[in-house]
Ligand binder design. Structure first.
Ligand code: ACM
Ligand code: ZN
Length: 531
């Protein structure tokens, strides 16, 4: 089977090895845990050949060397991640998940292109259970993805327990019902939706991920996308609105269409209590998530309330700021300094560059479909970016709009980021927003095969070879099928007919965001989990 993402060097050799003859696993003690995690994925046998896992300081970070010979399996790495990735490659190469015992001898030397290979899971719009998150983590490991960005808060729900502010989850983690249909739809399912991670749940997820080489980046979106926080603590807003509740509708199109202006607002920048609250939340978040990054969103923050609020205006004047965008810059810089004091780095969506007064050490995640020239300026100043461009990495969008090719053919050249500045690209991240993905099954449908393309972009040091990638994707589909993971079939993921693409895309936006999912389910031959 062809390995995805494509290894740096891979040569199949004469002969092979049968797992039924492999009697023991011998791992350097530094790698004992990694070896134990991977061992259950392979058949157990009896005999002389063994699996050897050794330390070699000369191997690149996250890299590995793997040899399968008739006499045994030999893995070398300088990090536990390298060991995990050697066995992820071996899982695919050997077809162990398909019940195969015999594998070809092979020699692989491998290392990643970038060290930030991320996936965003939106657990705010729809909650995902701890077990569901762990299933995604398992699949990330198989593809050598190493950052799980959890979008933990949004208008529609607050999903992480904060001891200092218990109402965030007592009030903010539950909504009365959920919008269904599409962006302009006013229909709802009539069913309450709720869920949050206790701090023990968080520790469980963080430890499970860490053992699999995955860092969690927690996102607490601020100062906007804050309705669930306002529902718990209305004083966070410039102007308190009575009876505000976690939003049951998705996105702003519906309330805008009925002229409802009071739902999506930004936290007050003038009150010190806003900062006290945010720092209190971040104290617990920084403690709970030991990774180097904290994400504070910062996207789509409306400024109208700030323009009308005497306290925000007072702050703006005192600081000599010219615009409300600069007020957001002040806010982001202040949060950045706070988080830096705890030894963490800050990430924000590219709108945080709006005021042109952002500290260059804030990492910017570039998502917007429209080009943002400020991102290039940020890079030229030495700033770092994570690339999540909408047309390539927004995995919640219909395949008819963004076919698989958008992801695997993406290169930074499309953004005119010159070679000289490529070192400022921390990495790539696929975003699986969840407005229209209530179940794990549908999350998987949106995610696969796009996650494979993401892994290929972020790992493959030579650039993606289309033909090779598509063949490896077909091999990987067999594994997904064996694991009971739903993926979009080629007829959907690789649709090329322009007319059909237009029809499906417009149906997705105007009628039903399940249009592609239902197409797949209605074809008996196409894979879905429920069959
Ligand atoms: C975003 O999609 N608003 C980051
Ligand atoms: Zn205010």
């Amino acid at each position: 089977m062809r390995i995805i993402p494509d290894p740096y060097f891979c040569k199949e050799l004469e002969g092979g090895l049968d797992w039924r003859k492999v009697g023991s696993w011998q791992a350097d003690e530094r790698f004992a845990e990694a070896a134990e995690i991977m061992r259950p994925f392979f058949p157990a046998g009896e005999g002389e050949p063994a699996v050897h896992v050794d330390y070699d300081k000369g191997i690149a970070e996250e890299g590995y060397e793997l040899e399968v010979k008739p006499g045994g399996v030999y893995v070398k790495a300088s990090s536990a991640s390298g060991v995990l990735y050697a066995f992820s490659s071996l899982r695919i190469h050997s077809g162990a998940d398909l019940g195969k015992n015999r594998m070809r001898a092979v020699r692989i030397k491998d290392k990643p292109k970038v060290h930030y290979r991320g996936l965003l899971l939106d657990v705010a719009r729809y909650f995902a259970s701890v077990d569901e998150v762990k299933k995604i983590i398992d699949l990330m490991l198989l593809l050598k993805l190493n950052v799980l960005h959890l979008h933990l808060t949004d208008d529609q729900g607050w999903r992480v327990e904060i001891k200092k502010y218990p109402l965030l989850t007592q009030v903010g983690a539950k909504r009365e019902k959920t919008n269904i249909g599409c962006w302009q739809s006013t229909a709802d399912d009539g069913t309450p939706h709720e869920g949050f991670y206790t701090q023990d749940d968080v520790r469980d997820i963080v430890a499970y991920a860490a053992a699999r080489g995955i860092t969690i980046v927690p996102e607490i979106d601020m100062p906007a996308h804050f309705t669930s926080a306002f529902a718990a603590y209305p004083w966070l807003a410039c102007r308190e609105v009575e009876g505000i509740k976690p939003a049951w509708f998705m996105g702003g199109k519906y309330p805008e269409s009925i002229g409802w202006e009071d739902w999506n607002r930004s936290a007050c920048m003038g009150k010190e209590s806003t900062f006290e609250f945010i720092f209190g939340v971040l104290d617990e978040i920084c403690e709970l998530f030991p990774g180097p990054f904290i994400h504070i969103g910062g996207d789509e923050a409306p400024k109208e309330e700030w323009k009308k609020c005497p306290l925000c205006q007072k702050r703006k004047k005192e600081l000599g700021l010219k615009t409300e965008k600069q007020l957001q810059g002040y806010f982001t810089n202040r949060v950045y300094e706070y988080v830096k004091g705890k030894g963490k780095q800050l990430i924000g969506w590219n709108e945080v560059l709006g005021g042109k007064n952002l500290d260059k050490d804030v990492v910017v995640q570039y998502w917007t479909a429209l080009p943002d020239r400020k991102v290039k300026k940020h890079i030229k100043k030495g700033g770092r970016v994570i690339l999540s461009k909408h047309e390539a990495f927004y995995f919640d969008m219909p395949y008819a709009q963004y076919p698989l090719k958008n992801t695997y053919s993406f290169t930074p050249k499309q953004l005119r980021i010159g070679k000289k500045y490529e070192k400022n690209i921390l990495g790539y991240e696929g975003c699986l927003w969840a407005e229209w993905t209530p179940t794990l099954d549908k999350r998987e449908f949106q995610l696969f095969p796009r996650a494979e393309a993401l892994a290929e972009i972020a790992w493959n040091t030579r650039g993606v070879n289309e033909e090779k990638f598509l063949k490896a994707k077909d091999d990987f589909a067999q594994i997904l099928r064996a694991l009971g993971v739903t993926y979009a079939c080629d007829e959907i993921a690789q649709i090329s007919d322009r007319k059909k693409r237009k029809e499906i895309t417009s149906a997705w936006y105007q009628k039903d965001t399940n249009v592609e999912y239902n197409m797949q389910r209605s074809e008996a031959s196409l894979p879905t989990q429920s069959e």
